[in-house]
Write a protein that binds this ligand. Structure first.
Ligand SMILES: Cc1cc2nc3c(=O)[nH]c(=O)nc-3n(C[C@H](O)[C@H](O)[C@H](O)COP(=O)(O)OP(=O)(O)OC[C@H]3O[C@@H](n4cnc5c(N)ncnc54)[C@H](O)[C@@H]3O)c2cc1C
Length: 391
């Protein structure tokens, strides 16, 4: 039996950050991971360029049963703290849209800087390790296939359920259950939505078309692009709204968010009266979408032949497209898992369980889910660092 101050299960974003933060305090830290390679999600993040944080970090960019829970960790270790670390390791980066920071090179640079910091703090990392059991007496015992470990603090950093093909498991939820912590229902987040049967017939052949739109659901709205796919809708605005969507909910899409179509049609009636409406709208929006919308829900004719009632009807079909998705594409493609370990069970300052001393939960396994745009990795860094100060 080997002794450590801290055993962390999960060598992903939050686990590595927690390890280096605890290691820097002089704690003897071991990380265990079942995967053949650590930090796999970091490697595939941001399309291989790792969108590692966002300049516009705010609590409102996180969804949780307790909207205040994330605040303490985000201020204890902010986007600027992570940027300092990135700069310390000479990783070059750029801001893309909406404050999103990406590596100019490859995500592996982010993983390497975390591994280097862990090495400097003498953190031991053991991958390809199958965990059989965790138990608590005075200390925690972690039983693995090859060895048993004893630790004062046990940190669960095993992430969520998304992308089981690269090693995601429900291990963290099982440990939470074992120790009697409440878990809020999990569902895929930042995930494409699928069309109902009827919508599939109407729109699946538009696959590949991207449109700038405003997408709304449950009081939340995102203004970015949407992408038609063979099975439904994807693209940043749809992924964002999927975090707020519940089964059965309607999603409302404004396909011309910058335009008042009623006024524009009136203007066309004087300036371009003989032009067909579908071609005029096709100039503002993708031609195929404009044509399909009129085929489905109105009729097409020269623009000067529309009366006031018809103008308003046409405006509504483009400004207020209502769909009721049949579901999501699920965990196999979702970027995150919504729900998880109930924040009421944890200290927002230390991430320690309120009832089980020495047991910590960090990262995505906790019921805190960020928007698309670097927010989820920042949550992993912030929660990992914060817990690392107390383990
Ligand atoms: C395709 C994709 C792209 C993404 N891009 C971005 C992005 O650009 N920016 C952003 O902010 N977020 C992004 N995310 C989300 C982000 O990667 C995660 O939110 C973040 O990695 C969560 O960190 P974590 O430490 O909680 O879990 P993870 O990073 O998932 O780490 C969990 C670790 O636990 C290990 N593990 C799991 N089960 C067990 C077990 N039973 N035994 C032992 N070890 C186990 C895993 O092998 C893994 O190493 C992306 C996600 C995906 C899927």
């Amino acid at each position: 039996m080997k002794n450590y101050d801290v055993v962390i299960i999960g060598a992903g974003a939050s686990g590595l950050m927690c390890a280096l933060s605890a290691g820097q305090r002089g704690r003897k830290v071991l990380i265990l991971d079942h995967s053949d390679r650590v930090g796999k999600k970091i490697l595939i993040s941001g399309g291989g360029s790792c969108n590692f944080t966002n300049l516009y970090l705010e609590a409102k960019c996180y969804i949780s049963g307790n909207s205040h829970f994330c605040k303490s960790a985000l201020s204890r270790f902010s986007q600027y703290d992570f940027i300092s670390l990135v700069e310390k390791h000479n990783v070059s980066y750029q801001e893309r849209q909406l404050g999103q920071l990406f590596c100019n090179g490859n995500s592996v640079e982010i993983l390497n800087l975390l591994l280097e910091e862990c090495r400097l703090s003498s953190v031991k990392i053991q991958n390809r390790c199958t965990i059989k059991k965790t138990e608590k007496d005075n200390c925690f015992t972690v039983k693995t296939k090859s060895e048993d470990y004893l630790a004062e603090s046990l940190v669960i950093a095993t992430g969520g359920l998304s992308m089981p093909t690269i090693g995601a498991t429900g291990f963290g939820y099982e440990v939470a259950e074992q120790f009697g912590l409440n878990i809020l229902p999990c569902q895929p987040g930042l995930v494409p939505l699928t069309f109902s049967k009827n919508d599939l017939e109407n729109f699946s052949d538009l696959s590949g078309i991207s449109v700038d739109a405003a997408v709304s659901c449950n009081g939340q709205s995102f203004r970015e692009s949407i992408l038609f796919t063979h099975r439904g809708l994807s693209g940043p605005a749809v992924l964002q709204i999927s975090n707020y969507w519940q089964s059965g909910d309607e999603v409302v899409i404004n396909l011309l968010p910058d335009i008042n179509l009623t006024e524009t049609i009136r203007q066309w009636q004087t300036e371009r009266p003989k032009m067909e409406l579908k071609n005029l709208i096709g100039e503002l929006l993708t031609r195929r979408v404009a044509h399909r919308w009129l085929e489905l829900w109105h009729h097409n004719k020269p623009v000067n032949q529309y009366n006031e009632k018809e103008i308003n009807e046409v405006a509504d079909i483009f400004h207020i497209w209502r769909i009721r998705p049949s579901g999501t594409e699920g965990y196999k493609v979702a970027e995150v898992t919504r729900g998880g370990v109930d924040t009421n069970e944890l200290s927002s300052k230390t991430f320690e369980s309120r009832n089980v001393k020495g047991l910590f939960f960090i990262g995505e396994v906790v019921d805190v889910t960020g928007w698309l745009g670097g927010y989820n990795l920042q949550w992993a860094w912030s929660s990992g660092f914060s817990a690392g100060q107390f383990v």
